[in-house]
Design a protein around this ligand. Sequence first.
Ligand code: ZN
Length: 150
Amino acid sequence: MKTPKVKTGKNYTAVDVGPMSELSSYVIHHPRLGERPGKVFLKEHLGSTGVEMSLGSLAVGAGIPFLHAHKQNEEIFFIVSGKGQIQVDRDVTEVSEGSVIRIAPAGARSLRNTGAVPLVYAVFQATEGSLSQWTSTDGILFEDAVQWPA
Ligand code: ZN
């Protein structure tokens, strides 16, 4: 089973999961389905405290074989590459590279690949209603010029 490379610094954690074409080397243990290749959860590797992120890959013809919802987390699905369909409460939406879908905790959801190449996607999970500041209200702009090592 593959594990990501992790580099940490004082104020960051950098995780390298490798090429998206090799996501199927990651395997999770699903409570109902057992070993499931093509999925990696990153919270433990990132040490993130407000967001869970995962990456997934569905082979041609494959889909997430169950519906699920959440108790308190909303999810944002970001389609990295490929083509498919996402359903939320049986409402189906076509998705492809660049599609971004936000799903409220109660939505019964699933995703499937309807294309000719693997469907690669990222999922971000955070407590619904927890975002109190964003972008310009939360950002702190430094006056110093950016410097890169030579
Ligand atoms: Zn979920």
